[in-house]
Ligand binder design. Structure first.
Ligand SMILES: [Zn+2]
Length: 418
């Protein structure tokens, strides 16, 4: 069979891998890459050359291009039962915020998701000589690693993976059978994360300190996953002050309540959701800015969302804090704030007076965890993807030199017969 890397190799974004056997052709993920106002897509593949689409999780860099394959017709797609409603939310939001820039509409999103096969973790789907199973990936609610068996080979695609438990999700399922071909991510192949409990504690203590000095702590967080994790961390530590919760996070939380067994500590999410003040309208946002407290709101890298309204006020005082809780991609407003303390207000760059802190609550495995993962998978052939060029190459080199694996970091457009 043939494997071709259409995107998401030696880069993070627009993940798409084409896998073509003699009789059946798969597309593993169909993502986009957002850089400023530009949307980048994977290398084009004619939709008629794709039979089945497998989506690992509901992040735009893995699902944002999927509806394109449903323009003017359909095909079969597979995702987990929880990824499906979250992907719908994310894609509809993508259409709304990109204002006509995406080449599909609500119709294609519906066509894609309504006819999709929705699987639970460990639920085997087999037909026409292929078998597909999702294993939990620990990266985002509903996210799965795809294990595909056909033409006598067993292929594992980790998607994005986190092997450690968080307050929201269980660590990835790494109880693998024998694997022939592995496709493994490498986002954090260059560094180890500090211990999660320590980061959580520092985060909570900092937020307490800010409220106690009569300040507001603004926590920009992605509405899917990270926001829920932030409020569960606060609930776990019995955070005693007001917490406001804004944006898409609310709808996501309501979906998660229906999928309790997919979470690591569902009771904690219930407790957290009962303690926060939900923000729905502009008047409530203005109220939230009038007293000390914590505001959790999208977007995590300040690319749109209610966060920009809050930033304007919160940025004005050195009593306040802006706590960034995810990786800030180069070129995003979040990165600019982190490195230079600058935000854009009414088209002008403005210096922020508030304190800026970064807390690494990563949802990806770190260097050591990835190295252990490769050893555990121990595939006959390993492809390293989803990381910048150095990370992909270095992890492949580690796998070759230290684990004796046949590992490679493909370039975009490369194809291999496997
Ligand atoms: Zn992801």
């Amino acid at each position: 069979m043939l494997i071709k890397f259409l995107g998401g190799v030696r880069e993070v974004g627009r993940s798409a891998i084409y896998l073509a056997g003699r009789e059946i052709r798969f597309l593993l993920d169909a993502g986009v890459m957002l850089s400023g106002r530009k949307i980048k897509y994977p290398i084009h593949i004619p939709p008629k050359e794709v039979d089945e689409i497998v989506i690992t999780h509901a992040h735009l860099d893995h699902v944002g291009a999927a509806p394109i394959f449903f323009i003017g017709g359909g095909r079969e797609s597979f995702l987990t039962s929880l990824t499906a409603p979250l992907a719908k939310l994310i894609l509809l939001d993508f259409i709304r915020v990109s204002k006509g820039l995406v080449p599909f509409e609500v119709l294609e999103v519906d066509r894609f998701l309504e006819k999709s096969k929705k699987l639970d973790y460990q639920q085997e789907f087999s037909r026409n000589g292929f078998k597909l199973t999702f294993l939990s990936a620990g990266h985002t609610p509903g996210g799965g690693q795809a294990m595909l068996e056909f033409e006598g080979r067993r292929i594992l695609y980790t998607g994005d993976i986190n092997t450690v438990k968080t307050t929201l999700l269980k660590g990835a399922d790494v109880d693998y059978p024998q694997i022939d071909i592995a496709i493994v991510e490498s986002t954090y192949a260059n560094k180890n994360h500090p211990l999660r409990e320590e980061v959580e504690e520092k985060f909570v203590n900092k937020l307490k300190e800010v409220v106690e000095r009569n300040g507001i702590a603004l926590v920009p967080a992605f509405g899917l996953g990270r926001s829920q994790e932030v409020i569960t961390i606060l609930a776990k530590h019995n955070f005693p002050y007001d917490v406001y919760y804004d944006g898409m996070a609310r709808t996501v939380t309501e979906i998660l309540f229906k999928f309790q067994e997919w979470l690591s500590e569902p009771d904690l999410l219930e407790k957290a959701a009962a303690q926060v003040t939900w923000i729905n309208v502009q008047r409530q946002r203005e109220q939230a800015l009038k007293r000390p407290g914590v505001i959790v709101t999208p977007a995590g890298m300040l690319q749109g969302g209610p966060v920009n309204f809050y930033l304007k006020e919160v940025g004005k005082s050195d009593k306040n804090l802006i706590a960034l809780v995810s990786y800030q991609v180069e070129g995003t407003p979040g990165r600019l704030l982190l490195e230079k303390k600058l935000i854009t207000l009414d088209g002008k760059l403005v210096k922020v007076k508030a304190e800026i802190k970064h807390f690494e609550l990563s949802s990806h495995s770190d260097k050591t965890q990835l190295e252990e993962l490769l050893k555990k998978i121990n595939a006959e052939k390993t492809f390293i993807v989803h990381g910048d060029s150095d990370n992909c190459e270095n992890l492949a080199k580690y796998a070759r030199n230290n684990l004796g694996l046949d590992a490679i970091a493909p370039k975009i457009g490369d194809s291999y017969t496997i």
